[in-house]
Design a protein around this ligand. Structure first.
Ligand code: DHB
Length: 319
């Protein structure tokens, strides 16, 4: 099998994508800054930084600290707000021929609903990703994804106010006792797929000042160090809810990492933190994934989804 012969087309609910590789939310604003490194239309989708109703300057600095095999950040949902996003950023992505998945974040159900209406009615978007799991909000009560009732309420209003035909994907937090319980709740509330995982809540102390390093005190942990947590979450949810598309994200740096997520049950994958030291990472991961699939004789990327979970052929018993 030659890499160019592998069929990479990917279906996530009603979204038909060229391939299963996306950017992860928050790692490249609305994609414009990546365009100097590669053509954003080459990716399955470009997931934007979570957009809120109002423009926000985010948290004070320092906002980022490196950790072994990862990074901790507390940006505080900095962004231009929905008016500017719809006027400037989304049209640019659409002009490039990219398939945008717009991440939305609200601090109330009303805000989620309004964002869903405004984003969902823009022609050309591939899906809405509902960020109910940002770790850097004013209080933990606002991390809707930590509670099944709160999570389902947020997803319910977004699904209600997003036009049919536009998939609603819920991005969940790994900082819960049972990710399957939360995933089940959001699917019952209308989510067409789940994105696993958002960052883990972490803390770093500066030994010189004897104070937390980040101005926001705690932050979200991402990068290769979180990958086994993400693969575990994908595996658990894909097994519990086999009909639901799962998008895997967490520490993907190579095509082999992407394939690991697909074998665990991910229909598609997102590349995030790797972008900060290799802005071309998403297209490189796509190229490498294609080669990894070809080497293993997969004619279709979709055949690899959940491959690690197929029944083990029964061994011939010695008599
Ligand atoms: C933000 C940071 C994160 O690590 C995350 O997962 C989501 C949002 C932020 O502070 O903007």
């Amino acid at each position: 099998m030659l890499p160019d012969d592998v069929d990479l087309t990917t279906v996530v609910g009603d979204a038909h994508l060229l391939n299963p590789v996306m950017t992860a939310s928050g790692c490249a604003a609305a994609g414009r800054e990546l365009h100097q490194f590669f053509d954003v239309a080459e990716l399955g989708a470009v997931v934007t930084k979570s957009i809120m109703r109002e423009a926000r300057s985010g948290r004070p600095t320092p906002r980022m600290v490196e950790t072994p095999s990862g990074m901790l950040n507390s940006i505080g949902l900095q962004g231009p707000g929905i008016d500017s996003f719809l006027a400037r950023d989304l049209p640019w992505l659409l002009q490039q021929g990219a398939r945008p998945i717009v991440s939305i974040a609200g601090s109330s159900l009303g805000e989620y609903a309004e964002l869903a209406r405004r984003v969902g009615n823009t022609p050309g978007i591939a899906a809405v990703e509902v960020n109910i799991s940002c770790p850097n909000v004013e209080n933990r009560g606002l991390v809707f994804a930590c509670d099944p009732v709160q999570a389902s309420r947020a997803v319910n209003v977004v699904r209600r106010d997003t036009p049919r035909g536009v998939p609603v994907l819920a991005k969940l937090s790994p900082d819960v006792t049972s990710i399957v319980e939360i995933a089940t709740a959001v699917v019952e509330a209308g989510a067409d797929g789940v994105v696993l995982i958002n960052t883990l809540l972490g803390l770093h102390i500066d030994l010189e000042t004897a104070r937390p390093t980040l101005a926001g005190v705690t932050g979200g942990l991402s990068g290769p160090g979180v990958r086994p947590v993400a693969v575990r979450a994908v595996w658990q949810v894909a097994n519990a809810l086999p009909a639901v598309p799962v998008i895997g994200v967490g520490g993907i740096r190579t095509g082999r990492d992407a394939l690991e997520f697909m074998f665990a049950g991910a229909t598609a994958v997102q590349v995030g933190t790797a972008i900060f030291n290799d802005p071309g990472a998403p297209v490189r991961v796509l190229r490498e994934l294609r080669a990894e699939l070809a080497t293993r004789g997969f004619a279709k990327a979709s055949d690899a989804v959940g491959y690690a979970n197929r029944p083990i052929p029964s061994r011939r018993q010695d008599v």
